[in-house]
Write a protein that binds this ligand. Structure first.
Ligand code: C2O
Ligand code: CU
Ligand code: CU
Length: 516
């Protein structure tokens, strides 16, 4: 284990990717996944990473709403992984060890361009998975302005490919957002928060064994990997120098397994203006922000009148969340530092509007189908914990077949001790409520008996979401309109060790007329 000095390096700002060319109006991009050595902290030898365009995080892809974008994702990765690959489940021993497929998380796209876990491909597309159908992905971007992200999604090794560095921002802009006159340009900054551990030689450490070790399988997947070091935009505990004015931060928890509960020290309230899928109806004033893996928060922080001050962004979320190991206040309890030391370049004319964008509530009266889906843990034949969605795994037949355009309620029942961030592809949904139930009774009988009234989601969860925290001991209800595309998509827990084994299921959106 290596402990590194904090706030030594400035926060890197990922570059914006330029299209290779424009075909009529459609931008065409090419993105290569490549190994590279990158300096993640100035006191650490360069670290081997895998990055989109050889960068960790990858470049920012900036698009306009309704603009069609084509992206060819290319795999230029070696044949062997540099992190420990467990091949003991999912028939992974029959697959090429290194495979990749790219998913734009939160995007509404056709299944062929969604990055289905079995649409993987190897270097030069030499080998491809059973769902592979095209080299160039097509993104219509017909959805509100928001910060999405792209990351690897290859079956069975998503946790390793993302940990290696395969993640980046994908930001949609629109005119509604522009009219609000939010801070922009140099005053709008993406923050990708992730945890990692390092070996003394600077290489990434990812455990190859569970605790206690499992001699029958080596390497062996574990139920969740937390790093002891926090990085933002690929730098260990960076600092950012800011002017005394408003900034907009697009915050993403891109960690494999760690939640963050963030707060400034000294105290500094801030405003959340958007969620996973777009702007909130009005800013929500916060002192503390919880983000599970893959959740995003669009924040406005006003540093006006704070010239000369410094603020540490702290984290106090135990892992697993919310009842696991407490953070170490000296390491995982800190994320980055903001220093209000730059002179004000010009008067801050940006605004923090009182009203943002109305979020029309999905109509519960339209709901024809409700599904009860429980999150369960089991042990496999080697005694390892593994996770299931409603008692089924990735390879079991599809049971969720919503009709295109129809509205459903999913009741996610969590009788366990940890929160699971549940994510559905293709859709943005709304959280209705959470309601506590008698876990012991449920575990014995499978029957849900409520022990309290339903509670509304937090104010900063009352917008469009593609990931919801399913909290322990509660039924979390979400309302979803499926579509516009038919076909098969995954839904899964976004704790990447859970997703890989085996907390991911396919769902199929079927066409409306189809009888059966
Ligand atoms: Cu961000 Cu299916 O994932
Ligand atoms: Cu996704
Ligand atoms: Cu999970």
């Amino acid at each position: 284990m290596v402990t590194l000095e904090k706030f030594l390096d400035p926060l890197p700002i990922p570059a914006i990717l330029q299209p290779k060319y424009r075909n009529k109006k459609e931008p065409y991009y090419e993105v290569r996944m490549r190994p590279a050595y990158q300096c993640l902290h100035s006191k650490l030898p360069a670290t081997l990473i895998w990055g989109y365009e050889g960068k960790y995080p990858g470049p920012v892809i900036n698009v306009r709403r309704d603009e069609k974008v084509l992206i060819k994702w290319e795999n230029h990765l070696p044949e062997k992984h540099f992190l420990p690959v467990d091949k003991s489940f999912h028939g992974l021993s029959d697959l090429p060890e290194v495979r990749s497929v790219v998913h734009v998380h939160g995007a509404r796209v056709r299944p062929e361009s969604d990055g289905h876990p079995e649409a993987w491909f190897t270097k030069e597309f030499a080998q491809t998975g059973p769902f592979f159908s095209r080299k160039v992905y097509w993104y219509p971007n017909r959805q509100p302005a928001t910060a999405l992200w792209y990351h690897d999604h290859a079956i069975g090794i998503t946790r390793l490919n993302v940990y290696a560095g395969l993640a980046g921002f994908y930001i949609i802009r629109d005119s509604m957002e522009r009219k609000l006159n939010l801070p922009q340009g140099n005053y709008e900054i993406p923050l990708l928060i992730q945890d990692r551990s390092f070996n003394p030689d600077g290489s990434l450490f990812y455990p190859r064994q569970t605790e206690p070790p499992n001699p029958q399988i080596d390497p062996c997947i574990t139920p969740g990997v937390d790093g002891d070091t926090i990085l933002v935009n690929g730098k260990v505990w960076p600092y950012l120098e800011v002017e005394p004015r408003k900034y907009r931060f697009r915050v993403l928890n891109g960690s494999n397994h760690r939640f963050y509960r963030m707060k400034f020290e000294p105290r500094l309230p801030f405003y959340q203006i958007g969620t996973d899928g777009g702007l909130l109806p009005a800013p929500v004033k916060l002192e503390e922000l919880i983000l599970a893996p893959s959740e995003r928060a669009d924040l406005i922080i006003n540093f006006a009148y704070l010239a000369g001050k410094s603020f540490i962004l702290r984290n106090d979320a135990p892992s697993p969340f919310p009842n696991g190991t407490p953070v170490d206040p000296e390491t995982t309890g800190q994320i980055m530092e903001f220093r209000v030391v730059l002179p004000l370049q010009q008067e801050d004319k940006s605004s923090l509007p009182d009203q943002l964008l109305p979020v029309p509530r999905l109509d519960q009266g339209l709901v024809k189908v409700q599904r009860d889906l429980s999150l369960v843990v089991q042990r496999d034949e080697f005694g390892r914990l593994f996770f299931l969605l409603d008692g089924k795994g990735w390879h079991d037949p599809v049971t969720e077949k919503p009709r295109r355009g129809e509205v459903e309620i999913w009741n996610i029942i969590n009788p366990g001790f940890v929160s699971h961030p549940i994510h559905l592809h293709q859709v943005q949904f709304q959280i209705l409520n959470r309601q506590p139930f008698d876990v012991g009774h449920f575990t014995r009988t499978g029957e849900v008996v409520f022990t309290g009234p339903p509670e509304l989601p937090d104010p900063n969860e009352q917008g469009w979401k593609d990931t919801v925290r399913s909290t322990p001991g509660e039924v979390t209800r979400i309302i979803i309109q499926f579509g516009p595309y038919t076909g098969q998509y995954p839904w899964h827990c976004h704790l990447l060790e859970h997703e890989d084994y085996d907390m991911m299921r396919p769902f199929t959106v079927v066409s409306k007329k189809c009888k059966k």
